[in-house]
Design a protein around this ligand. Sequence first.
Ligand code: ATP
Ligand code: MG
Length: 403
Amino acid sequence: MNRVTQVLATTNEISLKGGNRKWFERTLTENVRRALADLPVAAVTRPAWRVLVSFSEAVDFAEAARRLHTVFGLGAIMAVEHAGFTMADLEAVIEPRLDGISPSSFAVRCLRSDKTFPLTSMEIECSLGRFVQGKTGWPVQLNDPELTIHILVDDNGLFTWTRKVPGPGGLPVGVGGRACCLLSGGIDSPVAAYMMMKRGMRLDFVHFHSVPRTDPASLDKVHDLVRVLNRYQGQARLAMVPLLEIQEQIAARCPTSLRILLYRRFMFRLAERAARRFKARALVTGESLGQVASQTIENMAAVEAVTPLPVLRPLIGLDKQQIIDIAKMAGSFELSILPHFDCCSFLMPENPATKSFADELDAAEAGLDVGTLVADALDRTDVHQIRDAVDWEEIPIPEEAAR
Ligand code: ATP
Ligand code: MG
């Protein structure tokens, strides 16, 4: 079934959230509508804790699934068919679907949210199971059958489906608060952003550059990464902060082995200021324990000592291959691996410190006028509102839907 007029999706963890449920559900519905804005959506309804999208004309299921796969909070995505209102209607819809396939076993699974329907779920399963078996002779197997015919009975009638695509999981973007993500042009930070959006956070971004010493084309790359991530949340702000003057001062006045850590302290101070402007309550980075010298536990603690905001590091326990796998799923990988001259690769020490402490870094930067450097960089910061997103073709189709 490639063209469909209805798609049903399960919700992931929403049922756990008690009092906030209405708000969660409203946010999820809005996010579904946003993701499907370029398809002919007639209605989005909520039967039996699920999301049912009805289209005014048939759409390609793979296209609908690709879009819904960017809506965190959805658990599974199904191509459904409306099957009337009675068991006779249901049988009439199912019968032609039995032609041309020969599964080694089958089962019928029913979910009934309309408690006024004359049969119970189990009666529906038995009755339809008998009907299918009578027509085909296929053996029933309740445990791991090759074909499962699913039925949903709700106020709008009967629905049936056999195909299911995994949804993205997570929580709807918007229910987890706001954070400000430090976005470089690399592989890791877009993945960190993806993971926090998946836990329901809405993100704005800050990027540090060393223009004119680094290529301004790198700024376009970061802009494009935000457009990839916008697929998951609609739009975002991006603060472009010049770091060159700060880097030059550090290079001229501070111990070489601590350079990177001192750059990073300024990044956190500046990101905190951007976060306040964005009304964000936390910072997000793509750090992963031990990946580079600045990412030892001592160095991370010594750097983050300059900000009272929580620093979220969703990649902390992942290794590179795991991060790359998520980058591919998120659609950011191809862009991240394009050549890029990061501000940290500039004025790099040969032997960066692997173990530092906050008081040591305080002493190292004692000769700098931190307040003025921060204020000056903020004065020259550009904030862009990025409302568009990459074309859907650049976001992968979830695997089973591609078939
Ligand atoms: P990434 O792949 O995200 O660049 P990385 O493995 O290269 O990460 P670092 O360069 O040490 O690691 O950076 C660690 C984190 O600090 C990044 O994941 C990102 O959150 C932040 N960061 C580094 N450079 C920048 C930058 N130029 N602008 C904004 N954030 C940055
Ligand atoms: Mg980097």
